[in-house]
Design a protein. Structure first.
Length: 398
């Protein structure tokens, strides 16, 4: 049975259909492990009264090999129909055509929030002296900025036409090497900014977090990133004036380069971050590195108005280690924790999170993490998944 949105809330059946994309490269290994761990946690948390009916849909190399299409129409339609889904890492096809399968899915479903929580887990190696101070949630805008993909290659008639428009009609004189330049357009809208900042503020209030920080480069890009800052403040004052007045919420802003420095020096000053797409790309990956690396970084793409959400491994396909039973499934597992929390199955989510915490604290992980742990013990991909299932049983008291 499918999830539906009723009265502005998700209605989730006890046996729920969740579409999934296996993923390319290491996706073939980490996705089955993830499903097994999730199924175990759901079964334990609800005594068999709830379950997930996993529905595989195709994208990436597997889709191309089976259908000749990198992203069959049936795939985004399945996510649209079922509201909530999860995916492994996907190869971006080389050459013409789809720029990025991930971007295509996000824009097709208008998943305007890229949600990236970042926290340190005891036992993980970190380049920071006090990684426990890092505990942030990044709201990265997913549909605008340079990721809208509006650009023209150097030397093409389209680039020439755009150059002519800029110089002859718009009076632009600051292009240093006009004849050899490629061009891109960076759209940032009032509506796109407001819905992102609104979602970030609502999240902060719901989770009793002290602040929302608008991260931008408005000192240089005054009308796009500067507009993001201004519209964000205006939205907060207009729609959340009472919460601001009562001290339940603080809205602040930081220039992006200063923010990257501050996250290393005083990370405890920040809780919820709202930013545009390119800034968010850099920020979320740096924060992940500060607490253990991209291999443990979860992510989600969400449209809060429609309820659509696609959870994902945030790393790549890692073809060099595919098929060797060494890949780390933690990113996808922690994304599944986010998925379970999103649909209200918090007990099952808590079991998985607790099992991962206990495993890392005990020094047991896949090689990429275990090699940096004091007395770390390396487990294969499948063995790590089986270990988590054992820990889930222990935590549940079996």
């Amino acid at each position: 049975m499918k999830i539906v949105k009723q009265n502005n809330k998700l209605a989730v059946p006890n046996k729920v259909t969740i579409p999934f994309i296996e993923g390319d490269g290491i996706g073939k290994e980490i996705t089955p492990v993830c499903r097994a761990v999730v199924d175990s946690a759901v079964a334990k948390a609800y005594g068999g009264s709830r379950s997930i009916d996993w529905k595989e849909v195709l994208a990436g190399e597997k889709a191309f090999n089976e259908t000749g299409n990198w992203l069959p129409d049936e795939t985004p339609e399945a996510f649209r129909d079922c509201l909530v889904g999860i995916k492994g890492p996907l190869t971006t096809p080389v050459g013409e055509g789809v720029r990025s399968l991930n971007v295509a899915l996000r824009q097709t479903l208008d998943l305007y929030v890229c949600l990236r929580p970042v926290r340190w887990i005891k036992g993980l190696a970190s380049p920071l002296k006090e990684p426990q101070k890092v505990n942030m949630v990044v709201f990265r805008e997913n549909t605008e900025d340079i990721y809208a993909g509006i650009e023209w290659r150097q030397g093409t008639p389209e680039a020439g036409k755009f150059l002519k428009f800029l110089t002859e009609e718009m009076g632009v004189t600051k292009i240093r090497f006009p004849k050899t330049s490629a061009f891109g357009v960076k759209p940032v809208s009032v509506e796109g900014t407001e819905r992102l900042v609104r979602a970030a503020i609502a999240y902060a209030l719901e989770n009793r977090l002290p602040s929302v920080t608008l991260v931008h480069k408005g000192n240089i890009m005054k009308y796009t990133e500067g507009g993001f800052k201004r519209w964000g403040y205006e939205l907060a004052q207009r729609e959340f004036a009472r919460e601001l007045a009562e001290g339940k919420l603080v809205i602040q802003d930081v220039i992006a380069d200063a923010f990257l420095q501050n996250t290393l020096l005083t990370p405890e000053k920040y809780s919820v971050i709202a930013t545009l797409n390119l800034n968010g790309d850099y920020i979320s990956d740096q924060l992940a590195a500060m607490v253990g690396g991209i291999g443990i970084a979860p992510g989600a793409n969400i449209c809060y108005e429609s309820g659509h959400a696609l959870f994902e491994a945030t790393h790549g396909t890692a073809p060099d280690i595919a098929g060797k039973n060494v890949a780390n499934p933690s990113s996808l597992l922690l994304s599944s924790v986010m998925m379970l929390e999103y649909i209200g199955w918090t007990e099952a989510a808590g079991l998985i999170a607790a099992a991962i915490d206990k495993s890392f604290a005990g020094g047991r992980a896949t090689h990429d993490l275990a090699r940096f742990m004091p007395n770390g013990e390396t487990l294969g991909t499948m063995e790590f998944g089986a270990h988590l299932v054992t820990l889930i049983n222990e935590i549940y008291g079996v």
